[in-house]
Design a protein around this ligand. Sequence first.
Ligand SMILES: [Zn+2]
Length: 489
Amino acid sequence: MRYRIAIGGIHIESSTFTPYLSGQSDFRIRRGDQLLSFYPFLEQFSDKVDFIPLINARALPGGVVDRQFYDDWHSEFFELLQAAHREAPLDGVLLDIHGAMSVENCDDAEGELAEALRALIGDEPLIATTMDLHGNVSDKLFVASDLLTCYRTAPHIDVQETKLRALTHLMAALDTKLPIIRAKVDIPILLSGEKTSTEVQPGKGLYQTIDTICQRDGIIDAAIWMGFPWADQARCHAAIVVSGTDQVAVKQQAHTLAQAFWSLRDQFAFVGPTADSKTAIAEALQATVKPFFISDTGDNPGAGGAGDMNLLLKAFLEINYNQKITKRILFASIYDRETILQLYQHQPADTVSIQLGGKIDPSFGGAAALDISIEHFFTDDVAGRCALVKHDNIYMIITENRYQYGSRSAFQTAGVMAFDEFDIIVVKMGYLEPDLSAAAKGWVMALTPGAVNQDIVNVTYHHLKRPLYPFDVDFVPNLAVKWHIRHFS
Ligand SMILES: [Zn+2]
């Protein structure tokens, strides 16, 4: 007998601390064969599964999702799902989500989505949900999903592996028809990704315990979510889920993993050197090695930052105004569509007066006024029309779309063939992506303000579920195991 499994989802991390709304132009939509080929491992199952593509939408982290865009996506997802299920009953759905999406006027977007999905297909088909470990697991999402898992690495190098694992578990459950027991523990900890990398302790050791748990009899999967700190919602905190076929083992392992996680809370620290903006700039200017990277952490589009903040640029311009900086500095990058439209009226080598950045959230002081000369124009698949411009020795990549310069090839597209052409490179990220990390001779994470401010204890929240570490330190955690059992009829 062949199984019918539908696949689709929506994937974005939304900061609720930026006025930016993520919409149509931010999402890459995949349908039909394009969607299926996004999951290359599906071929392994072609002898026993008919995969039904729904719709998949994926965006760079950003702001809250525009309601109209989401409603359109939602309608298409459910219309395709309903049509598929009506044609012949589905055996399962692989729901591919991030877990930290916010939609206008909705505080638990993925929970409501999973709930609606369950309501439409009924109790019989299995729902396997695959997620980012920076997502959140609300009770609604947990109750609606028979199987939930997430990445086990940050930076994420197991993206396809995770989706494949979710599908493999779904297939195994369909084959065996054994009851699935799943247990969740909400962990009252909320930390940023810059403190919970799996490449260093204690994150590394914590995630390694998953392997040990999964080797035990009666266990299918174990997963650890760190939760998303830049949304002001009750669901934002860490969680663990253990699934298996042996009720006692599942509950026991969930309890043990939760305790292990909680006991490590004080040991999570920034994965690299940090400094306030002023100190970070001074360190970079004094460095005797190159390239020296500065991460503009508060405006990291990889976590939901606007990507157009210019506070570090203004600081460098001010220093340069007083005493011309001789080092070559590159800002990669500043998102500013308006400025790109203006620059594209000109030719390379033209001098233009621009008002750069600071437009999405003007509360940080607004645009930077400066004269630049145009080095060259280029286009990038994601960043759109771009320009490399300079003011004295300060170079800036300006982009038409929000973007993150995280790879060597992205810099090369911009005409920067080697990182050491520059003494200082300011990037919009937290921990350095692998290509940058390999090239960096010096690095500091500047703790800048913005939509993804790393100083979360001093961010104003109203809806987080308290007590919550590190906002609260001295409390006894509720590590109760919530569990469900799913039988096959
Ligand atoms: Zn993530």
